[in-house]
Write a protein that binds this ligand. Sequence first.
Ligand code: ADP
Length: 164
Amino acid sequence: NRWATRVARATPNRIVASSEVEQTYIMIKPDGVQRGLVGEIISRFEKKGFLLKGLKLFQCPKDLAQEHYKDLKERPFFPNLIDYITSGPVVCMAWEGDGVVASARKLIGATNPLQAEPGTIRGDLAVQTGRNVVHGSDSPDNGKREIEGELAQWESVQTPWLIE
Ligand code: ADP
């Protein structure tokens, strides 16, 4: 696949396992944007070594927020959740890398920021479930489903220093 080809080019003497490239959808929620945490949150994924494939600042319309969180529509907090997500711009991102979906969930931390470990985004930067600053896809299939639009095709010069 394309990733394996790119990596193979970057590291000509190595054999690279060819696995499907995994992508996750990360969204900085309106509280993260309003609190000036965009750079901090992006920085954590950059420093980890994942590849940024897409990014935009976006005012989420109500119907899209309802679609995104449709699995939660019977929950009592659902109306508040939709108001929260549509209350200001969000930053939508696609990040790529082996194991990125599960790893991003670890970097983000538990849904309730008071239970999230220190060192995680929610553990360090938030106090309430209803204001937990960031979303991350919970499976590779949902990663694919949640990412919309065209992604940049590029390779990072860091790749051979991140992947042997
Ligand atoms: P996660 O975002 O960690 O995957 P869920 O998919 O369970 O968590 O919930 C989606 C989002 O819904 C949460 O990130 C949070 O913004 C909101 N949410 C979940 N549970 C509650 C709750 N009990 N009260 C308020 N908001 C909630």
